[in-house]
Design a protein around this ligand. Sequence first.
Ligand code: SF4
Ligand code: SF4
Length: 401
Amino acid sequence: MTLATTDPSPSMTDAFYASVQQAPNGERIRACLQCGMCSGVCPFGYLMDYTPSRIIAALRSGIFDDVMRNDSVWMCIACYACTQVCPSGIPLTERLMARAKEELLFAGSAPSELQIALENSQRYGNALGQSPRKRADWAKGLTPPVPVLGKDKKQTQALWFVGDYASFHPRVQAASRAFARILHALKVEFAILGVDEHSDGDSQRLAGERVLFEALAKKNGAAFRKYQFAEIITTDPHTYNALKNVYPLLGVAYPVRHYTQFLVEKLDLLKPLLKTALSAKVAFHDPCYLGRANGVYDEPRALLTAIPGVELVEMEHNRKTSLCCGGGGGGMWLETFLWEKAHTRTSEWRVREAIETGANILAVACPYEPPRFEDATKTIKEAAGLRVRDVAELLAESMGV
Ligand code: SF4
Ligand code: SF4
């Protein structure tokens, strides 16, 4: 669809091309073969007027203004599939698509629902628009309690960065409580930041709001510096991606692990606690920001297969070829826009794949996924027997905690 609101300058093509090339590996854009693999693998490539390869062709032809007059860039859900397959190693997700979104934001051409999430992130420090004072409310009533840095202590072994959805979304809070119980059962010394935690900003960055991302990273960096801890663990692959790969470029560098990596190293302690057999056929969904973006595939599977009674099955698209849930790069905040464009959801494609395996549990390890996949199960008749559970919830169930 053509937008009427942008007024691109005559030099936009040159300026945009130059800015993409300034990023790490950005110069590889000149090596594009126009093979079309990026467009072919893109979940919404069949609907986008401007896929990555077509944007590059437009840049080379000096008609980038046309890209900026089109809203199809907002169909990019930052799934890294194009980056994964590009034979020229071009940072398509991180650079080309995020920069194109940034230009559209500058021009005021972002869907309103995305603008609301970005404004919430700026005003409240979380995209959901929740009061920052309620960030630790999910842990209320837990026994033993979840320690909060600044309130209960000043130092800890493991700082758990909980993240926006795991802190505020009612469905995902259940997974957070399960992980807290596991940490207590394993006698891990940990604490959370509570009110001092802000959105990691990674999805805002990949939705084109780099300045906001940097402001959020700065606030989190300041919070980290107030306390002493040996490492950060996080239940959110988007947080993991930001803290591991992008925060260090801004001078905020700490060792960080996703919770599945953290727990796998404690399997010797964990296994004897996994006492209840679950008798379940489990399909694991690889989150884009844990798998494709960071190469973590084995750890969640090792945890699942350690649970007595679990039979692990693989969906047709798994590991590197995993299908995106649709929530990345601002997709969480573009539900209406994407639905109006596609009249389908990638989360529904994924649930159908899980059904085809005969699984009765779709296991996830990212806070974006339980609500997305559970919504999808409600729209698919055959999904009536499929439950969506975080890996932490399955572990906690087997442990009886
Ligand atoms: S996959 Fe890479 S080389 Fe091929 S068209 Fe896309 S950007 Fe160009
Ligand atoms: S990151 Fe994913 S959604 Fe975005 S252009 Fe690449 S393949 Fe398409």
